[in-house]
Design a protein around this ligand. Structure first.
Ligand code: CA
Length: 539
């Protein structure tokens, strides 16, 4: 499809007027939810991808990657060019948008916190699909939606994603480890043998076609979503298709790699050598500690690595296209809301980092689109949060507010309708207790729990190269932005971590570093990764 966003009006929202002492968090007022009139509530199709840098799309002209089906999504409704996660961590980002509760209010900050089985209040929250189910919707989910195994409890039909964590091999879905033996040997790259998730490689081109024994998991999840959309449903439905790519390990059939000849792949223009010199010690430590970028560069693989990202992105884009084809040829084409998002962004070498675990633009910014039949096609530049999905869907589908939790997001319906250009509040992203980033139309302000700060002016510095936090000329801006910091910082929900045997990158090493930094008075971004050994033992 050749349609691009450039043909559509772009809404340039003006800088949000920041007033003193705003209330944080806000919540959707139940009285604002107006029941939808009409014979049948709209269906919801929620398409999720994982760890996708928001600039790696063909519709923004910022990357060589080809994503024609993301362009289709943009051409259906509103594409948010400044969508942000609530936390740059899979489990925390997903827990936030699935419950509508910000990490600063839930205490769900890290990957291995078992937020569905904690004694903290967040365990009682009604998830989005659970709430829709309580109100008469048929719910289904295929693939990775939640980071815990418990999405099964709110879905009428279900295929586990992220099976390693879900420990459910009954469906015969292949893990990345299952794919590795099939990689074309000369394409296999392992920049860091101590961290096998860095592997990349190409599968033979008979994969992800017709042979049912040669399907990657995302192909299977797309197939199951397509099957669901082809069925006759008597109730309105809410189906989620959670894709694993472009998350590592970046293994996809060779034809996707071939789309991106290595000689055409360039080091990102967003990379600045020495970029970390003006950021706080904690941020520098977090960016470089694992050493993935150093391993990639030292292996001479940066461009190959980028190519694998593009290949994995185009593969998942194709799966999105198959699901959209199925929707558009189904009985539900004209009465289905489509939400599209990634849980996280990603630094692909910028700031010497290959990861998402940071409070910068590229780790917090996500692809995000909402299309509602009959509403305008537009690109919106107002900063919005994935937390806004829940209250927006309640308004669009005429459902009451859930409970017992209070939703922290904002109903974007007026923006979707073109009635308002602005969300009305900057977006808060949080990485560990007390470490926050505030993003408005122009600035990103970061404050760590020890008081260290970063400030970036996107009008002059879209790659966040120059930390202005120490510049007295911006003291007023910093103060205004700081007014949006949460007044409450929920304690970590009880850690899943125990004294089980640990691998090379399982947190114990991190904890040691944490203590060393603490002794030196440098409080780092908290240990995000309480690790797979724990998660694997979830009931
Ligand atoms: Ca810098």
């Amino acid at each position: 499809m050749e349609t691009t966003l450039h043909r559509y009006p772009v809404l340039f929202a003006s800088l949000i007027a920041l007033t003193a002492t705003p209330a944080w968090p806000s919540s959707g007022d139940p009285e604002d939810v107006v029941p939808k009139s009409g014979p049948r509530q709209p269906n919801v199709l929620f398409i999720l991808i994982d760890d996708h840098p928001a600039h790696m799309v063909s519709l923004l002209d910022e990357s060589m990657v080809r994503t024609p089906n993301m362009e289709r999504l943009a051409a259906r409704g509103t594409w948010f060019s400044r969508g942000y996660n609530a936390a740059p961590v899979c489990a925390a980002s997903r827990a936030a948008f699935l419950t509508g509760v910000h990490p600063a209010n839930s205490g769900a900050y890290y990957n291995a916190q078992n937020w569905r089985r904690t004694s903290a209040p967040i365990a009682q929250a009604t998830t989005m699909q659970g709430h829709f189910r309580q109100h008469g919707y048929l719910t289904a989910g295929y693939g990775k939606i939640d980071h815990t195994p418990y999405q099964r409890e709110t879905l009428d039909d279900y295929t586990p994603g992220f099976r390693v964590l879900h420990r459910d091999r009954s469906q015969g879905i292949k893990t990345d480890a299952d794919l590795v033996p099939h990689i074309i040997p000369e394409t296999l790259r392992v920049p860091d043998p101590d961290y096998l998730a860095t592997r990349i490689g190409a599968l033979p081109d008979d994969w992800d076609r017709d042979d049912p024994t040669k399907l990657q998991e995302d192909t299977v999840h797309a197939d199951r979503t397509i099957k669901f959309l082809g069925m006759d449903h008597q109730q309105p439905f809410f189906v989620t298709c959670g894709f694993w790519r472009p998350h590592s390990e970046r293994i996809v059939p060779k034809r996707y790699f071939d789309l991106y000849p290595l000689e055409n792949v360039r080091i990102p223009e967003s990379y600045l050598p020495g970029d970390l010199e003006d950021v706080p010690a904690a941020a520098r430590w977090r960016a470089t500690k694992r050493g993935t970028h150093a391993a990639v560069v030292n292996s001479g693989l940066w461009r190959e690595y980028l190519r694998s990202y593009y290949a994995a992105t185009t593969y998942v884009d194709e799966q999105i296209g198959r699901v959209l084809d199925a929707l558009e040829s189904s009985a539900y084409a004209d009465n289905t809301i489509v939400i599209f998002a990634s849980d996280n962004g990603y630094n692909a070498g910028e700031k010497d980092m290959w990861a998402k675990f940071a409070l910068w633009e590229q780790t917090n910014r996500v692809v995000f689109a909402i299309s509602v039949p009959g509403l305008p096609v537009q690109m919106s530049s107002t900063p919005v949060s994935l937390l806004d999905i829940y209250p927006t869907l309640l308004a669009l589908c005429g459902l009451p507010a859930p409970g017992p939790q209070k939703l922290d997001g904002i109903d974007l319906t007026p923006v979707l309708k073109g009635e308002r250009a602005e969300r009305g509040q900057p977006v808060l992203s949080t990485f560990g207790q007390g470490n926050h980033s505030i993003r408005d139309e122009r600035f990103r302000y970061i404050r760590y729990r020890n008081g260290d700060e970063e400030l970036y002016d996107h009008f002059s510095d879209r790659h966040e190269w120059h930390n202005l936090a120490g510049n007295p000329a911006f003291a007023g801006i910093k103060s205004t932005m700081a007014g949006w910091l949460p007044k409450y910082n929920a304690p970590d929900i009880e850690p899943a971590m125990t004294d089980r045997p640990r691998g090379a990158w399982d947190g114990s090493e991190l904890r040691q570093d944490l203590f060393e930094l603490l002794e030196r008075g440098e409080v780092p971004v908290q240990n995000y990764n309480r690790v797979y050994q724990e998660v694997l033992n979830w009931p």
